[in-house]
Ligand binder design. Structure first.
Ligand SMILES: [Zn+2]
Length: 128
């Protein structure tokens, strides 16, 4: 896969689009991904347990945001730490980020999976 194709697939995942064709309307609601892409027919859930990777991405991004916010709060307010504020902000981040990032984690995971495991013949036939 060329660098341009790699960058395009990753960008589509970051923008909540179908990684294969770039279709934007692949979510019915914030949490509801359609079964297959309406444009190219890509079946998004490729196997049982497929979304474990998306969950790992979502948890990783959430914890990264948590650590960045906590360290920034500690550094910026040292030595007079506003503990209650830091707690409130970091708890809010841990509650909100996974919800807001949920659809992006799915499309990013699909992009990564397509880059690592190309579609096989059966999957290509299902799409047509
Ligand atoms: Zn598509």
């Amino acid at each position: 896969m060329s660098r341009a194709a790699l960058a395009r697939a990753v960008l589509r995942g970051l923008l909540k689009r179908c990684p294969k064709c770039g279709e934007a309307k692949i979510f019915r609601r914030w949490f509801t991904l359609v079964a297959r892409c309406p444009r190219c027919g890509l079946v998004f859930e490729r196997e049982e347990g497929y979304w474990t990777g998306a969950m790992a991405i979502n948890i990783g991004v959430t914890e990264l945001m948590f650590v960045v916010a906590l360290v920034a709060g500690l550094v910026l307010t040292w030595p007079a730490l506003p503990v209650a504020w830091l707690l409130a902000i970091t708890i809010a981040l841990n509650a909100l980020v996974p919800v807001l990032f949920y659809p992006f984690s799915k499309t990013i995971w699909i992009s990564i999976d397509l880059l690592l495991h190309a579609l096989d013949e059966r999957e290509l036939l299902r799409g047509s």
